[in-house]
Design a protein around this ligand. Structure first.
Ligand SMILES: Nc1ncnc2c1ncn2[C@@H]1O[C@H](COP(=O)(O)OP(=O)(O)OP(=O)(O)O)[C@@H](O)[C@H]1O
Ligand SMILES: [Mg+2]
Length: 157
């Protein structure tokens, strides 16, 4: 499913809409070049999950994992500088089995550590203010999630 965003706030709104359907244990893997909007989209996910103030969802580059405890905990990882071996030693896999929602920027850095089912989100730069956002579900849970999302979003795919 391909969506198009014309502004950072639209990307956040798309994330928010998607975030409403997220449940405990869900994993969202975001990929796309620097500045394509992965962090913006996660801000929206946080809002959709029910965090009131998601302004504090910033890039966790310096801390690797930002944990946002709420009704559902959101784990926000940025693996830009991460090697797969290091991620393994740190036990990042455990988050994927946990009961929070995990959103992973640069998830393609750790292919062998990712769970078998997840929602891929590819972001593409198409212009200064525009981005294409592709949602690719892997596994039944995420196919169902995307069906819910797309019917509510009014987009056929
Ligand atoms: N349609 C759009 N959607 C999202 N961001 C946009 C859009 N148009 C412009 N931008 C700008 O692009 C930048 C996206 O930054 P963001 O930190 O979300 O990217 P990122 O993919 O997380 O980058 P990084 O890989 O460095 O973590 C912001 O400065 C934002 O204002
Ligand atoms: Mg980022």
């Amino acid at each position: 499913m391909m969506l198009h965003s014309r502004s950072p706030s639209q990307t956040i709104r798309i994330g928010k809409q998607l975030g409403r359907f997220l449940r405990r244990g869900d994993v969202v893997a975001l990929v796309g070049e620097l500045g394509t909007g992965k962090t913006q989209l996660i801000k929206g996910l946080a809002q959709g999950i029910g965090f009131k103030k998601s302004a504090y969802i910033s890039s966790p580059s310096f801390t690797l994992i930002n944990e946002h405890p709420g009704k559902i905990t959101l784990y926000h990882m940025d693996l830009y500088r991460m090697e797969e071996e290091e991620a393994k030693e740190l036990g990042l896999e455990e988050y994927f089995q946990g009961d929070g929602v995990t959103a992973v920027e640069w998830a393609d850095k750790i292919p062998s550590l990712l769970p078998g089912q997840l929602l891929w989100i590819h972001l593409y730069y198409t212009g200064k203010q525009t981005r294409s956002i592709e949602l690719v579900p892997l596994g039944e849970r995420y196919e169902a999630l995307l069906k819910q999302f797309s019917s509510e979003f009014g987009v056929k795919h």
